[in-house]
Design a protein around this ligand. Structure first.
Ligand code: FE
Ligand code: CA
Length: 516
């Protein structure tokens, strides 16, 4: 029987369920094979992500205007791929084809299976005589492997208008085992003075708007280089949808219904443009992206989502004194289902390092207003103190080995000791938090500031603070974790060199950061 796409659909199998099946071939979807295209369709480059010991997702997206009649007929298009063990493709390890679906904007996500653990692979895509650039990827070590060492970089917050993505090109040159992106990959709106580049449109709301925004960002050569250099693990923050949204609540006059419609469009675009493995590709306004990635017995990386399920920011959001809403028990940043899953993972993990890759700062950041009242940022963990206490109590009772928190969002570098009780600066250190600055958001930034001294004196668990742009490079072995804070002097001009501003280590079994 001819197994075409329509047959599948008639049998009640949704296209996106099929996408999850790695055995899905282009022909199974009745994809059109184009003998020739009008230009190179791979203008957004290549990417890979979510490595497992035996699989990794490889990604690309086709330029619609190169597809001719297939586009006007809304036909799926067959894209060929090749996998090799060396960058010159002297021996082809595997080849095949996958379908680019019009429903997903002609993006392709292929979950390559049956790979070997802890191994480097190279991949490229081909269509109608055109070939993509080559991507390098790497599978995770075997689950029971006592991996000697692991190197990854993490980044966040890349407002295109605020600067050049030079830091991402420097990340590409590191040839990491993994790049982690903690969100604000795109920005839905224009803000800031002295912008050096410009969005192609005002604030975005529809699926077409979000697609166009990702297309603009993903044409950046530095971003493409970083994607081609290593597998990524991505999560989102607020600007993938709307500034400081909380679940279905927007900061401005949108109704929850409007925000959920917008969120569905934004989440679909996120899936379309990211090398991410999802149970199904189109899920509407809800999309579970919290998930684990395990790297041998060395590291369990728990990717969290602190936007989709949270309660609204307390006390009207912003930097505020506490109010009744702020102190309500059971206010949540994670949502019940994610929290239960996280706690179970923390209780059962046997990995040496247990990493929570998430968005908003966990370490307390206490400031005082002119009346000497205590002030807190309501968008970060400080705005959800009851749930933070619960998490810290769980980490302690579960004796989760070496918890490390990775954070983005705040456009500045911080190293924080996470204390069992932030009101008592001599209380036990439970975990170590590394907060990474933005790639560009906020513009060039500066090293020291007057508020820094005051901030640090009120918050002695803060070990480092810096407001320049860059990323954090992490090296871990079974005895030691090291985070190098890499910064550039300027993002308002392209091509600035990168340098290490500070390095901190954590000794296994001894929570808290030590300056290296
Ligand atoms: Fe941001
Ligand atoms: Ca943010």
């Amino acid at each position: 029987m001819a197994f075409n796409r329509r047959t599948f659909l008639r049998q009640g199998m949704h296209v996106t369920t099929l996408l999850a099946a790695s055995t899905l071939s282009a022909s199974a979807l009745g994809a059109t094979r184009l003998a020739r295209v009008t230009a190179n369709p791979f203008y957004l480059g290549v990417a890979s992500g979510d490595p497992r010991p035996d699989s990794v997702v490889i990604w690309t997206r086709l330029a619609r205007e190169t597809l001719g009649n297939a586009l006007s007929r809304n036909e799926p298009v067959a894209v060929d791929y090749e996998i090799a063990e060396t960058a010159n493709f002297s021996t082809i390890y595997r080849k095949g084809s996958a379908a680019a679906l019009p429903e997903l904007g002609y993006s392709v996500h292929l979950d390559l299976q049956g790979l070997n653990p802890g191994k480097e692979y190279y991949y490229r895509w081909m269509l109608g005589g055109e070939v993509s650039n080559v991507g390098r990827t790497k599978t995770a070590p075997a689950l029971d492997a006592t991996t000697e060492s692991f190197r990854f970089g993490f980044a966040s917050c890349q407002q295109y208008e605020h600067g050049y993505f030079t830091a991402l090109d420097h990340m590409a040159k590191e040839r990491f085992d993994l790049i982690v992106h903690l969100g604000d990959y795109i920005y839905e709106e224009t803000w800031g003075a002295n912008n050096v580049r410009h969005h192609n449109a005002p604030e975005i709301y529809t699926l077409d708007d979000y697609r166009a925004r990702y297309e603009l960002y993903k044409q950046d050569p530095d971003l493409q280089a970083a994607h081609a250099s290593a597998p990524w693990a991505v999560t989102w923050d607020d600007h993938e949808v709307d500034d400081n949204y909380a679940n279905a609540i927007a900061v401005d006059e949108q109704t929850p219904k409007q925000l959920l419609i917008r969120r569905a469009a934004a989440y679909q675009a996120f899936y379309e443009f990211m090398p991410i493995r999802l149970p199904s590709g189109r899920q509407g306004a809800s999309m579970q992206i919290y998930r684990p990635l395990q790297f041998g017995t060395l590291m369990d990386m728990i990717i969290l989502d602190t936007r989709q399920y949270r309660n609204d920011q307390a006390c009207g959001d912003g930097m505020k004194p506490s109010c009744d809403q702020h102190r309500e028990p059971n206010r949540t940043l994670l949502g019940e289902a994610q929290k239960d899953w996280l706690f179970k993972r923390l209780r059962t993990s046997g990995s040496t390092w247990n990493v929570m890759a998430q968005q908003v700062m966990m370490g307390r950041l206490l400031r005082r207003n002119e009346q000497e009242e205590e002030m807190f940022l309501m968008d970060i963990w400080d705005g959800y103190p009851d749930e933070r206490d619960e998490l810290l109590a769980r980490l302690k009772s579960a004796q989760t080995p070496n918890p490390i928190v990775l954070t983005g969002d705040i456009h500045s570098n911080w190293v924080n000791n996470i204390l069992s009780d932030f009101s008592n600066e001599s209380s036990e250190v439970i975990a170590t938090e590394f907060v990474g600055t933005s790639i560009t958001s906020g513009g060039d930034g500066s090293d020291a500031s007057n508020t820094a001294a005051q901030t640090l004196s009120d918050n002695s668990h803060v070990k480092f603070y810096n407001r320049q742009r860059g990323y954090v490079s992490c090296y871990l072995s079974k005895d030691l974790w090291q985070s190098d804070y890499k910064i550039l002097d300027k993002v308002s001009e392209p091509g600035h060199p990168i340098r290490t501003r500070a390095s901190f280590v954590v000794e296994a079994g001894n929570p808290g950061a030590l300056e290296a």
